[in-house]
Design a protein around this ligand. Structure first.
Ligand SMILES: Cc1cc2nc3c(=O)[nH]c(=O)nc-3n(C[C@H](O)[C@H](O)[C@H](O)COP(=O)(O)OP(=O)(O)OC[C@H]3O[C@@H](n4cnc5c(N)ncnc54)[C@H](O)[C@@H]3O)c2cc1C
Length: 411
């Protein structure tokens, strides 16, 4: 059995950040990172379509779900966006801002980010040991004992940075939750895939428009018609249903809402800024056909599909439509119900909603309130951000807090 001062389980974004800051905080301490994966950083490499959306120019607690906003703010403030930009700059990764406010490496390569983190960690003296899947962690007499098929390791402090359950083939298969529970933690009642594409029934007209993307407003509404959540942005039609930033963001809210009340509806307005009334008025006043009116507003394939769904001939002059036909078309364009059947699941989810409640950690140190000497950071905690670099920002901020605190506590 070998020993270390700080064992970090998981070499994803949060674990690498924790490792760097633990080693920088206490240069003489032994900091060992264990990861079950054959190759490190799989999720960083696939992030942002291979470009890695490192953070966002403006990050606030309102960009997150899960734990309380107050709790999330406390952690984010400890390592904010300017600190993140400086940190990566010091590692040799310059970031550029895109018009959406998202920050990417100027190289447009996620590999740049991963290599810099690994070099930063190795430069600070961090030891990497992988593949080493940690099957169990016990604590007795002031020491942790981490075990797996590879043997065991004792540690004075442990940082759990095992991520959630999204894209399990990257190594984040949810076993971290088992470890956390074995050390006294509970989990939120629901652990669900988030930022995940949504499924429509086979043969739904939108599944025939694979590859068509459109700016939309999506609303999740209750029986009463009240919108629970509204999201605007691009929506992509696919062979299985819908995806794209607006869909991924609203997926976080759709699933729990649908579990609580199966009658919730996902409604798309294909014409952001327009309402049923404004479109109905405009259609009534237009001299040409529906296709002419929709030209420049929607791509033709989508326009034709929506006309077909409203049983309107797209080339017929609008003046020839009955009032009911025109109103059906206006409704289909601004208030189109999407009969979502489910999500594509954890295999395709960018993050996990739920996890270890933030109430079970000390927010100043991210040390467990259940097991002294244990710290948690990253996606294993009950925090998930919207699309745009927010999830990585949570990993950087929480990894920083856990890494520094674990090292400081060694004194
Ligand atoms: C396709 C995709 C694209 C994304 N794009 C972005 C983006 O552009 N911007 C953004 O902000 N977020 C993005 N995200 C989300 C972001 O990647 C995650 O929120 C973030 O990586 C979480 O970091 P983490 O370190 O907490 O967990 P993870 O990155 O999941 O890392 C956990 C690590 O722990 C290891 N591990 C798990 N269990 C064990 C065990 N028992 N023993 C040993 N090791 C273990 C795993 O192998 C893994 O390496 C994306 C996610 C996906 C899936």
């Amino acid at each position: 059995m070998t020993g270390t001062d700080i064992a970090i389980v998981g070499a994803g974004a949060a674990g690498l950040m924790a490792a760097i800051w633990a080693a920088r905080t206490r240069p003489n301490a032994r900091v060992t990172v264990l990861d079950g994966a054959e190759r490190l950083g799989a999720k960083i490499l696939v992030a942002g379509g291979g470009r890695c959306n490192v953070t966002h120019e403006r990050v606030s607690p309102e960009d997150f779900n899960g734990g309380s906003r107050h709790a999330i703010r406390k952690v984010l403030l400890r390592f904010d966006v300017p600190e993140t930009v400086r940190f990566f700059g010091d590692l040799g990764v310059t970031l550029k801002r895109e018009p959406t406010g998202k920050l990417f490496p100027t190289t447009d390569r996620a590999r740049t980010v991963l290599d810099a983190l690994l070099a930063g960690a190795r430069g600070a003296g961090v030891i990497f040991d992988y593949p080493r899947r940690v099957e169990a962690v016990d604590y007795s007499h002031g020491l942790f004992d981490l075990r797996g098929a590879w043997g065991s390791l004792t540690a004075r402090r442990v940082i759990l940075a095992t991520g959630g359950r999204s894209v399990p083939k990257t190594g984040s298969d949810g076993h971290g939750y088992v470890l956390a529970r074995s050390l006294g933690h509970t989990l939120t009642p629901r652990i669900l895939p988030a930022l995940v594409p949504l499924l429509l029934p086979a043969g739904h007209p939108l599944t025939g428009l694979s590859g068509v993307s459109s700016e939309v407003v999506l609303a999740l509404t209750q029986d009463s018609g009240r919108a629970l959540v509204t999201v605007s942005g691009p929506m992509l039609c696919t062979h299985f249903g819908i995806s794209g930033p607006a869909v991924l963001d609203i997926s976080r809210h759709w699933q729990p809402a649908a579990l609580d009340a199966p009658s919730v509806q996902l409604i798309v307005n294909w014409l952001p800024g327009e309402s049923f009334e404004s479109v109905d008025r405009a259609l009534a006043a237009h001299p040409g056909s529906a296709l002419r009116w929709l030209e420049g507003r929607l791509v033709e394939r989508l326009a034709r599909t929506l006309c077909a769904a409203a049983e309107v001939n797209p080339s017929e002059p609008l003046s020839r439509l009955t009032r009911d036909q025109r109103r059906t078309l206006a409704a289909g364009l601004t208030h189109c119900v999407l009969p979502v059947e489910g999500t594509r699941g954890f295999q395709y989810a960018e993050v996990t909603a739920g996890g270890v409640p933030l109430t079970e950690v000390d927010l100043k140190t991210l040390e467990s309130r259940c097991q002294p000497g244990l710290h948690l950071c990253g996606e294993i905690l009950d925090v998930d951000g919207r699309i745009g670099g927010f999830n990585f920002q949570w990993a950087w901020s929480s990894g920083y807090v856990a890494g520094c605190a674990a090292a400081e506590s060694l004194a």
